[in-house]
Write a protein that binds this ligand. Structure first.
Ligand code: HEM
Length: 150
């Protein structure tokens, strides 16, 4: 748990809320610009962009606060985010980094070096946790995704 990090992160979230910026629009524009083929995977971006953005922020803040619910949520995320196979780690990394980037832009002058360090630290911790969850699922279910009956 890191109280100073959590306080800095919450202050930046409050600044973005005060500025009435909904960061998911810039986030998804950037994500689809980087991974244009992924656009077709989303049935209802208007709905999923809210939850994906919220949960990514919550997971990083939860890690700063030492919250025990982060690990089971990440384990579920990695299990459900599969189609023909697991989602590439590079896409998780990019999505997390882009979330912090768009938050920084939206926070404007409220974004301090301490804020940047706090978000980056917990963004990196989230990336490590995703890799750990991936490894544990692969070890628990080496056969991978069950085949769908036709
Ligand atoms: C830490 C990162 C992420 C979190 C917390 C997260 C979370 C979520 C959540 C909660 C949903 C359900 C949305 C709903 O019920 O409307 C969802 C859906 C989805 N996510 Fe993510 N996600 C993450 C990263 C990614 C990445 C990197 C991709 C890459 C393409 C992705 C692709 C999708 C897709 C395709 C859906 C289904 C959307 C739809 O059918 O409209 N997610 N995600």
């Amino acid at each position: 748990m890191n109280d100073a990090d959590a306080a800095a992160m919450e202050a930046s979230l409050a600044a973005v809320a005060d500025a009435c910026v909904d960061i998911r629009h810039a986030l998804f524009d950037r994500f689809f610009a980087a991974f244009p083929d992924r656009r077709a995977s989303f049935m209802i971006v208007e709905a999923s962009s809210r939850r994906m953005t919220d949960e990514t922020l919550q997971m990083m803040l939860g890690l700063a606060k030492g919250e025990g619910w982060v690990w089971p949520l990440v384990a579920e995320l990695v299990f459900t985010h599969r189609a023909d196979g697991p989602l590439p780690i590079a896409e998780y990394d990019a999505f997390i980094d882009m979330t912090v980037d768009v938050l920084a832009v939206a926070a404007g002058t409220a974004w301090t070096p301490e804020t940047a360090t706090a978000w980056q630290c917990h963004a990196d911790a989230l990336k490590v946790m995703i890799r750990k969850a991936r490894a544990e699922w692969e070890s628990a279910m080496p056969a991978g995704v069950p085949q769908r009956a036709e």
